[in-house]
Write a protein that binds this ligand. Structure first.
Ligand code: QAP
Ligand code: CO
Length: 171
């Protein structure tokens, strides 16, 4: 089922999510709903809190060279965490909860992460580049943070101005 995506400044986006304890049918339904919701909005990543569910669940589905999303590249990550971060990367980020705004954010270039799949299998991996950026962006959602909080002072001012203008226009 497609769900509604919460949009900034919805307070629910500031909630901290809790760990999943049962890898059951309810979790699988949540993951399937997240996928349907993300695809319907042409996103490449989504955290459960973006559809109002405060659980440590995120999905990432990057686009390949042919501009397609391969089933093979879909990541479902439960109770994810970063155990190591190296280097710096600056990437122009966007977010389904901040539609229409994109700006540069600094992240770790390379990360080592631990998470569980939908069946409760523990997985440890390294990511770099866009996958590393996407993981850190989605993990921030689970802690109650949005990418706009990481903007430099001037970029944040620019965002506030544009967002106000957009709301006034009734978008
Ligand atoms: C997070 O972002 C992310 O403004 C996922 O109008 C960010 O899927 C991953 C989207 C940066 C990697 C790098 C945004 C769709 C989608 C919009 C998204 C919009 C429509 C954003
Ligand atoms: Co986001």
């Amino acid at each position: 089922m497609k769900r509604e995506i919460l949009v900034y400044p919805d307070k629910r986006l500031r909630q901290k999510s809790r760990d999943v304890i049962a890898f059951d049918g309810q979790l699988h339904t949540l993951l399937d709903d997240m996928k349907e919701t993300m695809y319907a909005s042409e996103g490449i990543g989504l955290a459960a809190i973006q559809i109002g569910v405060a659980e440590n669940v995120l999905i990432i589905h990057l686009i390949n060279e042919e501009n397609e999303q391969n089933e093979h590249d879909l990541y479902e990550m439960i109770n994810p965490s970063i155990i190591k971060g190296l280097g710096k990367i600056i990437y122009q980020e966007g977010c389904l909860s901040v539609p229409g705004y994109y700006d540069e954010v600094e992240r770790f270039e390379q990360i080592e992460v631990v998470y569980y799949d939908r069946f409760g299998n523990k997985i440890q991996r390294e990511f770099d580049g866009l996958m590393s950026v996407a993981f850190q962006h989605e993990l921030d959602h689970l802690k109650g943070h949005l990418f706009i909080e990481k903007l430099t002072y001037l970029k944040r001012k620019k965002f506030e101005k544009e967002w106000k203008k957009k709301r006034k226009a009734g978008e």
